[in-house]
Design a protein around this ligand. Structure first.
Ligand SMILES: [Mg+2]
Length: 340
């Protein structure tokens, strides 16, 4: 069997052909649309172009001439923002988009905090008399609140403290904890880890749920550590076979909840309908975004404006996860905006 090879896109006609091939574009945010607090150049132009119904440039119209002559009408693209970053709720993301001057509505935004809340409420039907212990920040709390799930931890000042060595008196099991939900947390400390560990080890039914599996996230000068799950997994001795299903967790951080029924089925939790064959996932991370797309049987486009380096694509240590397409930056599509 021939190994899959990614197609590198670098020419305007290649970009136009890709736009023609897909109707729904799932955008990861960090490393694709922005990097830290910096917008990827030309992103607003590109997103506006994708949204503009029937407003193709002359160049695109030339490229699409054959299809147009067959009676096909170019339509605006369906854009959804999916992000593994659980630090923000949908409303908080909306504000971030507004701040960058990007048009977006709350129902187009699917963050992993929201996905986790929906997973707990709709799939697990989390009991009303149980609580979730949160390692994470305001975004997770807001989304849990929005679906009526009780929680502890998170931004509680009592957990944002260092405890004296040897004094573990503040860490006791709480049988009402029915799940530990772990996302990125800039206030991570021993107390939080120890509490999560205690709940997972002592409450037999306790679920261990990750908002996302990213080991790092992109910032202006490189990367910072991502979700803290790997430490927690090491502490508790959980493995893929007996922990909460890891593959599901990776997917959980995105648009669709994919159940492990046979065959796996997509459970959309928004009002968007789309044809998987004409849907493409755009991300900067092979292990999360691209794997999510591959597992969901949709096409994948890797951008190089985020965490992935060339050494993961070529050479001895290249990743086994291969996207369908690679482009340097989504901003490169801006070449289609203006008359060529
Ligand atoms: Mg990313």
């Amino acid at each position: 069997m021939t190994a899959k090879t990614a197609q590198r896109l670098s020419k305007p006609d290649e970009y136009a052909a890709l736009l023609d091939r897909f109707d729904t574009f799932l955008f990861d945010c960090d490393g694709v649309i922005w990097t830290g607090s910096t917008l990827v150049p030309y992103m607003i132009d590109v997103l506006t172009m994708l949204r503009s119904k029937g407003e193709y440039s002359e160049f695109q119209l030339r490229v699409l001439a054959e299809e147009l002559n067959q009676g096909m009408t170019p339509i605006g693209k369906n854009i959804l923002f999916v992000t593994n970053n659980a630090s923000k709720s949908r409303e908080m993301y909306k504000k971030a988009f507004d701040g960058f001057g990007i048009q977006a509505s709350v129902d187009e935004i699917f963050g992993s905090a929201y996905a986790s809340a929906i997973y707990l409420s709709k799939i697990l039907k989390f009991p009303a008399d149980k609580k979730v212990y949160v390692i994470g920040q305001e975004g997770i709390e807001e989304e849990l609140r929005s679906v009526g799930i009780h929680f502890t931890g998170g931004t509680d000042p009592e957990d944002r403290v260092f405890i004296p060595t040897g004094d573990n008196s503040s860490i006791k099991n709480d049988p009402s904890i029915g799940a530990v939900l772990c996302g990125g947390d800039q206030y991570i400390n021993f107390k939080k880890y120890a509490k999560a560990h205690t709940y997972i080890m002592n409450n037999p039914e306790c679920e261990f749920i990750l908002t996302n599996g990213d080991a790092s996230y992109p910032v202006a000068d490189g990367t910072f550590p991502g979700n803290w799950w790997s430490n927690l997994r090491t502490y508790t001795g959980l493995h893929e076979e007996n922990a909460y299903d890891y593959r599901l967790l990776l997917r959980l951080g995105c648009l669709l909840l994919i159940t492990e029924v046979n065959p796996p089925c997509l459970v959309p939790f928004g009002s968007h309908e789309f044809d998987p064959k004409r849907t493409i996932m755009i991300g900067d991370n092979l292990e999360t975004d691209i794997l999510f797309g591959i597992n969901s049987n949709i096409a994948t486009l890797l951008v190089m404006t985020g965490v992935t380096t060339e050494s993961q694509l070529i050479g001895k240590h290249k990743s086994d996860i291969v996207p369908d397409y690679i482009i340097q930056s989504m901003g490169d599509f801006a070449v289609l905006v203006d008359e060529m």
